[in-house]
Write a new protein. Sequence first.
Length: 280
Amino acid sequence: MRYGISVPNFGDYGNTENLIRLARTAETAGWDAVFLWDHIQIGHWAGDVLDPWVAMTAIAAVTKELIVGPMVTPLPRRRPTKLAREAVTLDHFSGGRLILGVGIGWPPDIDFGNFGDAADDRTRGAQLDEGLEVLAGLWTGETFNHAGEHYTVVDARFRPTPLQQPRIPIWVGGMWPHRPAFRRAARWDGVYPIVVDENYDFAPMTPATFRDILMYVSEHRQADTPFDAAAGGSLIDESDAAGCVAPWAEAGATWWIESAPFPRRPVEEFLSYVAAGPPR
């Protein structure tokens, strides 16, 4: 089991000083990764918003071993050619410490439709699938062509190739019980699920549900390459955090991702929790 922390790119964490303090504290305390959310806006209540890709580069610059990654970048709102370049640059800049989390993005109205981007899930799902094909093709370093519904690439040859081989690890985020994201995850390198109800409101996840998700993914997985499964939550109020994580490991989790308790707890309290080390 490896351990990361996940923080918004807005509010108290939309502050460069807080993010750098958090990253340095996490590395010193033995955490394996810092993951950032990726929103253009989440609502006027969220306050300041930072670009996560610039922030991850800053974090990589002040740490030596800490993995960084967006959890998740909504690829449908990005040009995959530009993201391919950015990801490889950060992979080299960090010495191979990038995990690329991707998804269709949420919320569809505030973060997409309000800016003229596709707000319906089906279109964004198709853009994500096609965008991932473009990323993988460009990362080979060989001449690559693609003619799709959403993207076109003609006679492109991207160098350098990723430092991590065969590619930068790609994790797919998704909302269970909606199945398409998990069939998509089965084709890549990891999965980061959350649970929602029929109104798309966030709902609690149990280790049993997590095991069901991984079983569904495995039924659709054809490759025998390593595959990560990330469980997550907030354990800041638990007296036995390690004991809380154990059932998730038994259910198949390879990562525990600790979510910042924003906005219900101040950033200083989360910093103190992180400084105590991961719940091993």
